[in-house]
Design a protein around this ligand. Structure first.
Ligand code: MN
Length: 279
């Protein structure tokens, strides 16, 4: 069994998106343009309403999936097909935009902490024009495992430690884990050998990945391998890390804002379809 190592370290850059929501872009920025099949990773987190209150008014998506993992706060989504739902603390939404949706993602709170992640997952060429699909998963539907002393894992997607995450039917076979490690805890996580994977530390001081140390708010791109070994030293603070893996698509990517296709011609078509109300 081969252990994965860190091949690249990336820190996010502060930016804003939507109508002015402050966030940190970790994937999808000059230091890490993408990590096939992952196109973007944003972390948002603030208890200052001005940082998030403007939200994300109506905007389109075509050709990929957006995965919103809410740690704290409440966000309402509505789309042009009549779907609506509330994302609450601890919930996840796996939205397959497919051929196109126009939606809004707006805070349903005027104060307090809003914290979470949005990940963009590319779709294979054959799936880019599929029907849109939502998987809105309530917090209590996300199973947890305690595979080692001082370790608590929420399994959003994938089969890990005897539990199966609720997200299903996604072609890249995602693993999406929220792993909490107490001081002195360690854990070995099996992953499909050739799937792309990253770890992102979002609480605590640092997490050991094999023989290396990944700092707070640092993303480690992981080498191929059968497993990743995580640990927190006994004298460090408890930590929390997002561990995500998926099968790379190895297809050409043409990307323009909220449209991710395979060719420039398909991007032009996406813009035409959006502007003529065909999403
Ligand atoms: Mn969106």
């Amino acid at each position: 069994m081969s252990s994965r190592t860190i091949t690249r370290r990336v820190r996010g850059i502060p930016t804003s998106d939507g109508a002015g929501v402050k966030l940190t872009r970790v994937i999808g920025q000059p230091r890490l343009d993408s990590l096939d099949p992952f196109l973007l990773l944003d972390e948002f987190g603030s208890d200052a309403a001005n940082d998030y209150i403007a939200g994300f008014p109506d905007h389109p998506h075509r050709g990929f999936e957006t995965v919103t993992y809410m740690l704290d706060g409440r966000m309402r989504h509505r789309d042009n097909h009549g779907n609506s739902g509330l994302l609450e603390s601890g919930s996840v939404q796996w939205m397959t935009a497919g051929r196109g949706i126009v939606h809004s993602e707006m805070p349903e709170q005027e104060h307090g902490l809003m914290r979470g992640f949005q990940l963009w997952v590319n779709l294979a060429a054959k799936d880019k024009m599929s029907q849109p699909r939502y998987q809105d998963i309530a917090p209590e539907k996300i199973p947890a495992a305690e595979p080692a002393p001082g370790v608590h894992v929420r399994v959003v997607a994938g089969e890990q430690f005897g539990v199966t995450g609720p997200v299903n039917g996604i072609a890249i076979e995602p693993v999406y884990l929220d792993i909490a490690l107490q001081p002195g805890a360690k854990l070995s996580v099996p992953l499909p050998n050739d799937h792309s994977a990253f770890a992102y530390v979002f609480e605590g001081d640092s997490v050991h990945v094999g023989a290396e140390v990944l700092g707070l708010r640092e993303l480690g791109v992981l080498s191929h391998g059968d497993l990743v070994e995580l640990a927190v030293p006994a004298d460090a603070r408890a930590a929390r890390v997002l561990l995500v893996a998926g099968r790379p698509l190895n297809e050409p990517v043409a990307r323009y804002g909220p449209f991710v296709m395979n060719t420039p011609e398909q991007i032009v078509q996406a813009m035409r379809d959006y502007q003529s109300g065909n999403f």
